[in-house]
Design a protein. Structure first.
Length: 94
């Protein structure tokens, strides 16, 4: 069974994205990004890209361009095409 509680990276990303889109305050955004980061740390490429872009922009989490680049580079290594454009944009900012 795929679930957030069972550590399913796909469920963690989906739930995190839903929570973020519904968030009305920073505590809710923090909860959403915690789930997204858990999924990203398990190589869920959509979560890695989502988290990397947030890190690069400093939206709702502290900006960290080096860490954003790390996540984007891993996406590229895993062959996730949408990460290529994001990687180009991040590199421009470094």
């Amino acid at each position: 069974m795929w679930s957030v509680n069972n550590g399913c990276k796909f469920a963690q990303f989906e739930q995190g994205a839903i929570l973020f889109n519904k968030a009305t305050n920073q505590a809710e955004r923090d909860e959403a990004y915690a789930l997204i980061k858990k999924a990203a740390d398990q190589n869920e490429v959509r979560a890695m890209l989502y988290y990397a872009v947030a890190l690069a922009k400093g939206e709702s989490i502290p900006q960290d361009l080096k860490l954003a680049e790390k996540y984007l580079q891993r996406c590229v290594e895993l062959g996730f095409e949408p990460a290529v454009e994001a990687m180009k944009e991040t590199i421009k900012k470094i």
